[in-house]
Design a protein around this ligand. Structure first.
Ligand SMILES: [Zn+2]
Length: 267
């Protein structure tokens, strides 16, 4: 993996690198877009110029040139998990989680406050990428993904590693009653804090950590990478800070060539 010319929060900087070495969180710097989309916006659905978005993707693809397939999804804040096979690697469908064992496939998530969750079996294959806003979080989407990895790829949860990427922190994420109710109903009330005025703040990364550990991942194998997207305007797009007019930063995990405990997942 290369990519030195684009600022990133690579998991390779952490001790867990040998498990999650191909998990990369890009920020907003290093691209060609301008204005609210400055500069590395990778979404073609937020009003940015098509040419700029295309140039940004070209830059990412050339920086990480060992990737064979860039697997995208049409994110809809739902709880659908799509398993990607060699034959369907170029499809783009509505879903909020991708799972694959296709070697050198990069599973992509675009965010601007929601939590990008990248998951890999120790050994780096299979892998998964999850887009977890409050709806996906309350839907325990990460737990659904762990179940798919267990049932369809025969990977035990205690062999999985997860990285929770840059997303809005409890410092900035004040929410209404609908979010609070949804998280409480999902058994994730521990991620809700109260403010002095009787409003609520939510820690989405903590909520996803709780769902992952409920699914069987050891807490020590769930890593926090990067900080609060709303606090850090220099490095990250933030839907909330930018009042809806924001680009999207890319997170991706690349599937390794081989893994000892892979038995399913053919084409
Ligand atoms: Zn913040």
């Amino acid at each position: 993996m290369s990519g030195e010319e684009i600022p990133s929060w690579a998991v390779s900087q952490l001790p867990a690198a040998r498990h999650l070495g191909a998990a990369v969180f890009l920020g907003r710097q290093g691209g060609a877009s301008s204005g609210e989309f400055a500069s590395l916006n990778l979404s073609d659905a937020v009003g940015d110029s098509t040419g700029a978005v295309h140039r940004n993707w070209m830059k990412v693809k050339s920086a990480f040139s060992t990737v064979r397939h860039w697997v995208r999804m049409r994110q809809v804040h739902g709880t659908v998990v799509r398993v990607v096979y060699e034959r369907s690697v170029d499809d783009i469908t509505e879903c909020d989680a991708l799972v694959t064992a296709v070697p050198q496939a990069a599973l992509c998530v675009l965010t601007a406050d929601c939590v990008p969750v990248l998951i890999a079996a120790s050994g780096g294959r299979p892998v998964a990428a999850v887009h977890a806003g409050w709806r996906g979080t309350a839907g325990r989407l990460v737990q659904e993904v762990v179940q798919v990895l267990r049932e369809q790829f025969e990977v035990s949860p205690h062999l999985l590693w997860a990285a929770l990427g840059p997303s809005i922190g409890p410092c900035c994420y004040e929410v209404g009653g609908d979010v609070v109710t949804a998280l409480r109903n999902a058994g994730l009330g521990r991620a809700i804090g109260t403010c002095a005025e009787g409003t609520y703040r939510v820690d989405l990364r903590l909520a996803n950590r709780l769902a992952l550990t409920d699914a069987g991942l050891p807490d020590s194998q769930v890593l926090d990478v990067g900080g609060c997207t709303a606090c850090n305007a220099k490095d990250f797009f933030s839907h909330r800070r930018q009042r809806g007019l924001a680009g999207r930063q890319l997170s991706f995990v690349v599937c390794a060539e081989d893994s000892l405990h892979l038995r399913a997942g053919g084409g």
